[in-house]
Design a protein around this ligand. Sequence first.
Ligand code: DQA
Length: 143
Amino acid sequence: MSILILNGPNLSRLDLRDSDIYGAFTYPQLCEFIEKSAAELSLTVEIKQSNNESEIIQWLHEAADKKQAVIINPAAFTHYSYAIRDAVAMLKAPVIEVHLSNPLSREEFRHTSVVSGVVNGSIAGFGEESYALALRAMQKLLR
Ligand code: DQA
C-alpha cells in the first residue's frame, strides 16, 4: 500500500512564500522530490494537498479505514487544529509529522504543535529533506 503524504494550507504556493524559510522550490518540485525519494527506497506515495481542514480530516479518516501509513505536514493547522489532531490520533498505521522549516526557531505561536503528541515522531527544519528523512523513518516503522 502507498504511503499517504498530506500537505496542509499554503504549501501549494511555496514559490510565493519566504524562500529563506521554505527554500527556493515550487510545490510541484517538492512533490517531484518526494516521489524520487520514495522511489529510491522502493516505496510508493500518494501526495495530497488541501487548504481545507475538513478535506484533510476526511482524507485522514479514509487513511484510518485503510490502515494506511501517513506523513503529514499540517502547515499552520499544526499549531491549533484539535480536529486534525483527533483525526491523526485515530490512525491505525504509523504517522510522522514533517515541517520544511523549524517552527521552534520561529514566532512563538509556532512553538506549539497540537499534533506532535499523537504521532510516532516529528521531523522539522531540513527543507525538502525533511520528507526524505520521514520516508526513511517510515520504512523502518513499516518493517
Ligand atoms: C510549516 C510550518 C508552519 O508553521 C507553517 O504555518 C507552514 C509550513 C513548515 O513546513 O515549515 O505553513 O508546516
